[in-house]
Ligand binder design. Structure first.
Ligand code: ADP
Length: 631
């Protein structure tokens, strides 16, 4: 307005200015701001802006979506609340120091999402300056790095694991890339190969191979295999390397192949197997020795596994029978039909109990002739005491058997033939005794002595006859119920009369009557007592003890005599067996214990001995009270 002097309005003056440019610029700014906002809200990253004092003035939508924070909560320094308590302090410090030094920064920390879960993310920030270079604050982004961080952790873990595994293993390990360049190796690898450190430090592959070859007995085979594998990268390899110094090493090669089929590397492992090789050789040698021995022995040798399946039979089998005893059919063809069941059940018994296998059988030879063989088989145990094999041999005892038979036959005939003249002699002696009167004092004594001797002879003859009867299974038993105390008492009394030096000390009692052959059992007690006296010439006592325990009677006869060596203990019950040392000084036939054994066995009892050479022996037998023998 333009005024008059009296201040009244005189006229208006106006100017029109073209502001189109300004209007467009403002419009552009608005558009650009909205564009920026849209942009920041759509990029898959969190964007933030802070003032020069560090307080946050802007966060894009993604921040609010992700954290669930409101503007009021987040702006300023509230955003720090969304960081994991353990990472918060560090995140704050890094930001503040970057802000005050006006430098870019990056920092990894865990951010809490709206669901309360934490995710790893990286916060990147840069300083912002205006056109005049004045610091305006910072601008930055937060980017999710959760999967990467986990993968990184996993990778670090796996690398550590692999490394520990490499070093801890007993195997030497080496990794080479597809071109043969050494990538890594462990300590054990160096030890096994004695590889000089400088070769490995230089990763000099050719030098390493050359050095390896110089160590080996067959370097060509070694290098051929290496070359072959590099040309055939999908194959694995397994071989044994023999070193010049006698060492053996097992080598395994595996290609490291990626999912896409690329061969990235080769993993080689080396294991010292020298000990194992030595063992193997020892076993081979010992097996070889065994085989050689088995083939040269005259016996028919066999080996089976723990279940009794044939594993080996010596060449003598074939020579003897024309067959190899590999299965039941062959066995049936070789063994005499009458002996088959016996030996078979003995074998099965041994297989199930682990007891020594022992029997006598007739085996057919190529000429279809049966010859007697004894068989002895023993289990072989492993370290854990488990049976792993059976080894045994058949020995030809045909001559021996025939001799025994002839001997038995002779003994049987001789003893039989002796009976009549002995009976006659005794009859005449008894008549002579009657005809003598008191005036012939000496003659009566002589006659009595002669009768005693004839009685002893008759006893001997009948014992001999018993032996042949046992062989034919014809020993007679007269079973009845009797008083066992009486038996012991009577026997001790009569034996005591025959020995001027030894005192027989008797102890014990049996409650119940016994069912059995009193006469035969008496024969056993007589035998044990006379042996105890005979084989203890320097002693003056012999003990007999008897007792009842439940349904069983146990009798023991103990002497302080010459004793029996451990190795002979199980043989003394054999027919005609006499211990050689004893036989020189003591008379006998070696049949008493054989007959006693048979008698006790027939009563379903048990007879055995314990002894120590030079100290004395104790013979025991057990007898069931109401035995059901031969009924
Ligand atoms: P014999 O006494 O007639 O030789 P036996 O069959 O009674 O026959 O005994 C067999 C062997 O056992 C004897 O030859 C002897 O070597 C040994 N023997 C038996 N009893 C005893 C004992 N009490 N002390 C030491 N050795 C004994």
């Amino acid at each position: 307005p333009i005024f008059n002097a009296d201040s009244s309005l005189r006229e208006w003056v106006g100017v029109h200015t073209d502001i189109t440019e300004q209007k467009i610029a403002a419009q552009k700014i608005r558009e650009s701001e909205s564009y920026f906002r849209r942009l920041t809200d759509t990029v898959p990253a969190i964007i933030w802006i802070t003032e020069p004092d560090g307080s946050c003035s802007y966060l894009n939508k993604l921040w609010y979506d992700f954290t669930g924070q409101t503007k009021e909560q987040a702006l300023g320094f509230g955003w720090l609340e969304a960081i994991h308590p353990k990472d918060r302090e560090q995140a704050g410090e890094i930001f503040i120091s970057a802000n005050s030094s006006q430098k870019p920064f990056s920092n990894l920390s865990r951010f809490r999402n709206s669901g309360g879960e934490y995710r790893w993310a990286v916060d990147f920030g840069s300083p912002k300056f205006d056109a005049n270079g004045v610091f305006e604050g910072m601008i930055g982004t937060v980017m999710d790095a959760h999967e990467e961080k986990l993968a990184e952790e996993k990778l670090a873990y796996r690398t550590a694991l692999l490394e520990a595994h490499n070093q801890a293993g007993v195997d030497g390990i080496m990794l080479v890339d597809a071109k043969g360049k050494i990538i890594s190796y462990n300590q054990r690898f160096i030890e096994i190969w004695n590889m000089p450190q400088h070769i490995l430090a230089d990763q000099d592959d050719d030098a390493a191979l050359t050095f390896a070859m110089s160590q080996l007995l067959h370097p060509q085979l070694f290098i051929d295999k290496v070359r072959y594998l590099y040309e055939n990268p999908t194959e694995t390899s397994h071989d044994h390397l023999e070193f010049m110094d006698g060492k053996w090493v097992e080598r395994n090669g595996y290609p490291v192949i990626g999912e896409d089929g690329t061969n990235y590397a080769w993993s080689w492992t080396f294991r010292d197997i020298t000990k194992q090789k030595l063992f193997e050789k020892e076993i081979r040698d010992s097996e070889e020795r065994f085989r050689l021995l088995a083939q040269t022995l005259p016996q028919l040798i066999w080996v089976t596994d723990e279940l009794g399946n044939a594993e080996f039979s010596s060449i003598r089998w074939k020579e003897y029978s024309g067959l190899e005893p590999s299965g039941e059919a062959e066995w049936k063809a070789i063994i005499h039909p009458e002996d088959y069941n016996l030996i078979n059940s003995a074998w099965i018994h041994s297989l199930t109990t682990g007891n020594i296998f022992k029997s006598e059988v007739r085996l057919k030879n190529k000429e279809d002739e049966y010859r007697w063989h004894s068989v002895n088989g023993e289990p072989v145990f492993d370290k854990g005491n488990k049976i792993i094999k059976w080894v045994g041999a058949f020995t030809d005892i045909n001559e021996q058997k025939l001799n025994d038979e002839r001997k038995d036959e002779f003994v049987s005939i001789a003893s039989h033939e002796m009976k009549t003249p002995l009976t006659t002699a005794k009859a005449y002696l008894q008549m002579l005794e009657f005809t003598l009167d008191e005036s012939n004092g000496e003659a009566i004594l002589f006659t009595k002595k002669a009768i005693e001797s004839v009685d002893r002879l008759t006893e001997l003859a009948s014992e001999l006859l018993d032996v042949s009867k046992i062989r034919l299974g014809k020993l007679q038993y007269n079973l009845a119920t009797f008083n066992f105390n009486d038996l012991i008492h009577d026997t001790v009394e009569s034996i005591q009369l025959t020995t001027p030096i030894h005192r027989i000390i008797k102890s014990g009692e049996v409650r119940d009557p016994v069912f059995g052959d009193k006469h035969r059992l008496q024969q056993v007690v007589i035998n044990l007592l006379t042996n105890a006296i005979k084989y203890s010439p320097d002693a003056d006592v012999v003990f007999i003890d008897f007792k009842q325990e439940g349904d069983t009677i146990q009798v023991s006869v103990k002497d302080a005599g010459i004793g029996i060596a451990q190795s002979s203990l199980d043989k003394i019950f054999d027919k005609y067996h006499r211990i050689e040392d004893h036989a020189v000084h003591f008379q006998g036939l070696g049949i008493g214990l054989f007959i006693s054994f048979e008698i006790i066995q027939r009563h379903k009892g048990k007879l055995w001995a314990t002894s120590e050479a030079g100290k004395g022996s104790t013979f025991y037998f057990l007898l069931p009270i109401n035995n059901s023998s031969s009924q």
